[in-house]
Design a protein around this ligand. Structure first.
Ligand SMILES: Cc1cc2nc3c(=O)[nH]c(=O)nc-3n(C[C@H](O)[C@H](O)[C@H](O)COP(=O)(O)OP(=O)(O)OC[C@H]3O[C@@H](n4cnc5c(N)ncnc54)[C@H](O)[C@@H]3O)c2cc1C
Length: 528
């Protein structure tokens, strides 16, 4: 019996599958489509998602296929005048930019990684039924060969906005079903507008968005009235007319690869976990493309879920750990639904609303701190789980340093004993938990190794390389002290999704043991 069935080989299902496989879980992936989609759909990858795609080994290939974008501008669609520009250069991340890449390219890279990790994506295979009991899930899959019923341990429902999994567990999306309609096109553009910026054009008739892709290609999106009954796609001429009216006459378009109408709702399921079935990505939340948060939120759902599911499926952790997937990610999804709805409405405001919006944009555009805060929020690097039950901060918290529940800071200044530079992102490439330990006592470090066992890696943070005590990183500039608040003694446990679980001002193996047992619910780990 496979540990996990992932339903859907979109970006979310593939991210979950890759991470599960890296963590030693046997995973099966099915998708009802015979071939991957060719529709460009979600085109922007944000910093926090890049941080999570990097350890999977997917990011360099995505960067090679996409376009690096440095800013997001709000432009008056009638005049072409830029109201505000948010620069992503100060986003606190190794990836202080946006990556624009068509969804088929992202999916192709993730599928390649999945293949390298030994995952066979079974295409033309559709989930049509499931029932679950205490020990597993019975799923019925339909393909050209007929229907087959099989058992798996767990199911990840990453089957998109029309999720069958969601339906089969008896839940539904709740929220604003005042559908908004968008006309979309993936086109070659002729424009003097620089391709280093995503532009959102405000206009009383509806927002327009322009996402530069590789070469001269771009994605355009326009909020429109409900299209005539039966119309599935606008013509290129209609898209051009929208661009002429709402993009200050600055963009010519030709050679469409994809034209479509797209109706969006703003909604979310009330529960992400249904026993042994977990919903992720569009199956759990749908909303406007404004702010380009949809796929990103889903990728981060997958990263949050996969390591927890691996602990439960492979290491016998208490299944209640999976409740923290809902606890941590549901509020994030709810916030995304709220803000993307607001962003779409703001772009369309008229009258007093437009005056207020323009005043706010003036502040954003002319106050660097406000602009940086807006960039950080858009890049999703402000997401943290400080109040969750997996965030345990032991002892004194030094002001200005990371807390348990924050994403692990990744400062420059760390070296390997041979003098080469190393980053926290590099250390996270190894699957499992990452324990940064500050202690001069080799017995303590040995004990930490024993307690962590096969759940991950202990890396000792030392001021100068020494011959004893296992793997070390050298921190002669005290960057770990400044960013993590660790003094001569301390622990920082980084989860596989890059967030800090336990932060302690003592390198006490008992603190680690208690965290693993009580917070993660893992029985005594075995030796690595
Ligand atoms: C037309 C369109 C335009 C979009 N534009 C944007 C945009 O501009 N910006 C943005 O951020 N987001 C956009 N999105 C949303 C974005 O594509 C999604 O947020 C993202 O794809 C979510 O990924 P996912 O893996 O959760 O779902 P999906 O990408 O939808 O993948 C789900 C997969 O599950 C498969 N599946 C479904 N049911 C079953 C079943 N029963 N059995 C087996 N397999 C099944 C499907 O074939 C599909 O491959 C757009 C979506 C659409 C449809």
């Amino acid at each position: 019996m496979d540990d996990v069935l992932v339903v859907g080989a979109g970006p979310v299902g593939l991210t979950a599958a890759c991470q599960l496989a890296r963590l030693g879980v046997s995973v099966r992936v099915v998708d009802k489509l015979d071939r991957p989609t060719t529709e460009s759909r979600a085109v922007t990858v944000h910093a926090r998602s890049m941080e999570m795609l990097a350890p999977l080994g997917a990011l360099p290939r995505m960067l090679a296929r996409g376009r690096r974008v440095d800013g997001l501008a709000m432009v008056d669609g009638a005049t072409g005048h830029t109201r505000a520009r948010i620069d992503f250069g100060e986003v606190p991340s190794r990836y202080a930019f946006l990556l624009d890449i068509a969804q088929p390219d992202s999916e192709a890279v993730l599928a390649e990684r999945a293949d390298e990790l030994g995952i066979v994506v079974e295409r033309g295979v559709e989930l049509i039924a499931l029932t679950q009991d205490d020990d597993g899930v019975e799923v019925t899959l339909r393909s050209d060969d007929g229907e087959r019923t099989t058992r798996v341990g767990w199911v990840v429902g990453a089957d998109g906005g029309h999720s069958t999994t969601r339906h089969l567990v008896g839940t539904h999306l709740e929220g604003g079903f005042h559908g908004q309609h968008f006309a979309m096109a993936d086109v070659e553009t002729e424009t003097a507008l620089s391709p280093d910026t995503i532009r959102m054009f405000t206009h009383p008739d509806g927002v327009g968005m322009l996402f530069p892709l590789a070469g001269a290609r771009a994605r355009t999106i326009f909020l429109v009235d409900a299209p005539p009954a039966g119309a599935t796609a606008p013509t290129l001429e209609e898209i051009q007319a929208l661009a002429d009216a709402r993009m200050g006459g600055q963009v010519r378009m030709r050679d469409p690869l994809w034209l479509t109408y797209f109706e969006v709702h703003h909604a979310q399921v009330p529960q992400y976990r249904h026993g042994r079935v977990l919903l992720a990505g569009d199956a759990a939340h749908i909303h406007s493309p404004a702010g380009a948060q949809g796929m990103n939120t889903g990728i981060q759902d997958a990263a949050n879920l996969a390591w927890k599911l691996a602990l439960v499926a492979r290491h016998g952790a208490d299944a209640r750990l999976l409740d923290t997937y809902h606890d941590e990610r549901h509020p994030v999804g709810a916030e995304v639904v709220r803000t993307t709805t607001a962003l779409t409405n703001v772009g369309t405001a008229a009258g007093v609303g437009a005056v207020l919006r323009d005043a706010a944009l003036f502040v954003v555009g002319h106050t660097p701190a406000v602009g940086d805060a807006a960039a950080a929020k858009t890049a999703e690097v402000t997401i943290a789980y400080r109040d969750g039950r997996l965030a345990v901060h032991h002892g004194h918290h030094r002001h200005g340093t990371a807390r348990a529940g924050d994403h692990a800071p990744d400062p420059d200044g760390l070296r390997r004993p041979d003098g080469s530079a190393v980053t926290i992102a590099d250390l996270l490439v190894r699957p499992g938990l990452l324990l940064l330990a500050r202690s001069d006592d080799t017995d303590t470090v040995d004990a930490l190794h024993r307690v962590l066992g096969d759940l991950g890696t202990v890396v000792r943070v030392v001021r100068a390389a020494s011959a004893d005590g296992g793997e070390q990183v050298v921190d002669d500039g005290d960057v770990i002290g400044r960013h993590y608040g660790l003094g001569d003694e301390g622990l920082a446990l980084v989860r596989p999704d890059g967030y800090l679980g336990l932060v302690a001002d003592a390198a006490d193996p008992e603190l680690l043991r208690r965290y693993l047992a009580d917070s993660l619910g893992v029985p005594e780990p075995v030796a690595p």
